[in-house]
Design a protein around this ligand. Structure first.
Ligand code: CP
Ligand code: NVA
Length: 307
């Protein structure tokens, strides 16, 4: 291989603060053009391969629609309908797929597996969710916050619930973008220190109400992430006091937004009233996956030389 090393987006901190700011700015440009029905097809003749080892609605539709809208095409494979399900090594899969397409998105289990794929790939690789991180989600979430409330610098995000892939990605973003995350998890489900180094960007609370106090954004996620289904019943009991309800929202700033990456389980991690309430921006958040990932693919494939 020649020239510059290939850029991947496997974790939020694969990008510098300046690169993230660029992606947010391009997200706005791309979204505005889309809303004006103005064609923007800088990725004509480019192909995205999407590899799903776990289920998806938003990630699949947003990447697929986004690539077509930018003039490219998409191939979608899953574990079940590819040789991945018959134990073809991930390294071999990476070497083959990346000779045929221009960019790859993968949703899988361990981050280490994604990293192995990226090591053997000739083209940029995007993390479409692993057990550890979900960086595309947080790109969209932060863009959504900026749209509604302006810059995130100096803000407080309260994470109530499971210390999961989405939570760890918020923490990486906080370090890069200068905001703080208050986190409250049930006993026994706390942060893994290997994924959540201590620092001024992180404050841990026993009580969800204390974590929510004065926050600019309240966010949560399912109590049981994909791959952990065997723990479902045990988790439902352990997480019962970690529901985002009107009391939690009332503890936050009166201007606070509510976000959830979706899919949501109403009556578990969030009440119907909160997710359907006036502070909830979950549908904007889901839509912004489309615009943010178009900006991400544009950056990985074309750099900053764009109009
Ligand atoms: N939020 C999110 O990634 O949704 P999907 O699992 O539907 O892709
Ligand atoms: N934490 C959830 C997010 C789903 C988009 C999961 O990993 O299942």
């Amino acid at each position: 291989m020649h020239g510059q090393p290939i850029r991947h987006f496997l974790r939020m901190d694969d990008f510098s603060t300046d690169e993230l700011v660029h992606v947010f700015a391009r997200t706005q440009v791309i979204k505005d053009r889309f809303k004006r029905y103005q064609p923007y097809r800088p990725l004509t003749d480019r192909t995205l391969a999407m590899v799903f080892e776990k289920a998806s609605t938003r990630t699949r539709v947003s990447f697929e629609a986004g690539m077509y809208q930018m003039g490219g095409s998409v191939i979608h494979i899953t574990t079940g309908d590819s040789q991945l399900g018959r134990a073809e090594p991930i390294e071999d899969t990476a070497r083959v797929i990346s000779r045929m397409v221009d960019i790859v998105m993968i949703r899988t289990y361990e981050q280490a597996k994604l990293e192995r794929f990226a090591r053997y790939s000739r083209v940029p690789v995007i993390n479409g969710l692993t057990n550890e991180y979900h960086p595309c989600q947080i790109l969209a979430d932060i863009f959504t916050f900026i749209e509604h409330r302006g810059p995130v610098v100096g803000r407080t995000v309260a994470w109530i619930g499971d210390a999961n892939n989405v939570a760890y990605t918020w923490l990486q973003a906080a370090q890069l973008l200068g905001f703080r995350v208050n986190i409250s998890t049930p006993p026994g489900y706390g942060l893994d220190p290997r994924l959540a180094p201590a620092g001024p960007h992180l404050a841990v609370f026993d009580s969800p109400l204390e974590a929510a106090r004065g926050a600019d954004l309240i966010t949560t996620d399912v109590w049981t992430s994909m791959g952990f289904e065997a723990e479902n019943e045990q988790r439902r009991r352990a997480f019962a006091g970690w529901q985002v309800d009107e009391r939690v929202m009332a503890a936050a700033s009166p201007e606070a937004l509510f976000m959830h990456c979706l899919p949501a389980h109403r009556g578990e991690e969030v009440t119907n009233e909160v997710i359907e309430g006036v502070q909830s921006v979950v549908w904007d958040e889901a839509e912004n996956r489309l615009h943010a990932q178009k900006a991400l693919m544009e950056y990985l494939l074309l750099g900053r030389e764009v109009d």
